[in-house]
Design a protein around this ligand. Structure first.
Ligand code: TRP
Ligand code: SF4
Length: 328
């Protein structure tokens, strides 16, 4: 039996290079070797954006189209929407009974988000329970492997915690899933912070070459290199850290050119933009083709729900039996 794989993305619209190199490439590779479940985490989106839900549908469509154009193949993996799987919330209910408040309140992502987002908005039961919902997403399909970004590791730790508690209370029922992290170095945003749509520093997969060029031109380089003839320090340059992903074999040459001031930052940036743009060209072409196919996303999500729904229902039944719910 191949290990089951699951991963979900909150519907945030168009995907960017951070998604692609950080996680999506792993997902695309895993569909060739494993039984994969990939879903749109629309309930998770509600934990922070419950006040304005007007974009949920559009963002879901855009994201699924980006997934398909990037190479997720509904013939090789199951693509669905979290809210189409009615068994998940019942499992959340059981997990919520055994998860202590202290463990949820100590979760580093929870503490960080309370600081970063408007605390009055996210100070909800649902938001505190984010990792409980995530554990149910993962365990409802008995997944053993979870490709995620590094920021999700605390949630996976809690998922294992929940699986262990459940198993020790009610008998062996769930596996303890392990994360799969990307081996590629993390792609910084154009302002050197983490790439994220909400920071407005992202290079989107759909960006045209000219847009990519403009965005890369704005990037911060070695601050000590003010004039063309100043020698550079590639190790502090954001542009250089992205080179690592696109030219790993020639990275030493780029570093040497920079250190010797053989290349100026503008030329260095434009060369990188060219590499990114040509790497994304096939994506853009497929994305346009797929967007023109009427009913495609509806179809993919319907088939995904038909495949994942019964599996989830089976797991839920096993959990109910283990607990003794519904017994006479
Ligand atoms: N929390 C994840 C994120 O923000 C999304 C997510 C929800 C997820 N459920 C999941 C990822 C289950 C992996 C497995 O990126
Ligand atoms: Fe960065 Fe390239 Fe400029 Fe060096 S030459 S500082 S690597 S942009």
């Amino acid at each position: 039996m191949k290990d089951r794989v699951v991963s979900g993305y909150r519907p945030s619209g168009r995907l960017h290079l951070g998604h692609y190199h950080g996680n999506l490439k792993n997902m695309i590779a895993l569909q060739e070797t494993n039984e994969c479940f990939f879903f749109v985490a629309d309930w998770h989106a509600l934990t922070t954006v419950y006040r304005d839900t007007s974009k949920l549908g559009e963002y879901t469509r855009e994201m699924v189209l980006d997934w398909l154009a990037a190479g997720l193949d509904p013939e090789r993996c199951t693509i669905y929407r979290q809210s189409d799987i009615a068994s998940i919330p019942e499992l959340v209910l059981y997990f919520g009974m055994i998860m202590t408040l202290g463990e949820l309140e100590r979760c580093p992502t929870y503490k960080e988000q309370l600081r970063e987002l408007d605390a009055r908005v996210v100070n909800t039961y649902g938001f505190l329970g984010y990792p409980v919902l995530m554990a149910a997403d993962i365990l409802i399909v008995d997944a053993e492997l979870v490709p995620v970004g590094e920021d999700q590791l605390p949630h996976l730790e809690l998922t294992r915690e929940i699986a262990r508690s459940f198993n020790s209370l009610y008998g062996p029922t769930f596996p303890e899933p392990q994360p799969i992290l990307s081996k590629a170095p993390r792609i910084p945003g154009t302002d050197a912070r983490k790439m994220s749509k909400s920071y407005d520093n992202a290079i989107l997969l759909e960006d045209e070459p000219e847009v990519i060029r403009k965005k890369v031109r704005r990037m911060i380089t070695d601050p000590a290199r003010r004039r063309r003839e100043d020698k550079g320090h590639p190790e502090v340059c954001t542009v250089f850290s992205i080179y690592d992903v696109y030219m790993p074999d020639e990275i030493e040459r780029v570093a040497a050119e920079c250190r010797a001031a053989d290349i100026g930052c503008t030329d260095c940036k434009d060369r990188l933009s060219g590499l990114i743009a040509s790497d994304l060209a096939p994506f853009r072409e497929r994305r346009v083709e797929l967007a023109a196919k009427h009913g495609l996303v509806e179809d993919v999500l319907r088939r995904g729900a038909e495949a994942a729904g019964p599996i989830a229902a089976g797991t839920l039944e096993r959990a109910r039996e283990a607990i003794g719910i519904g017994a006479l």
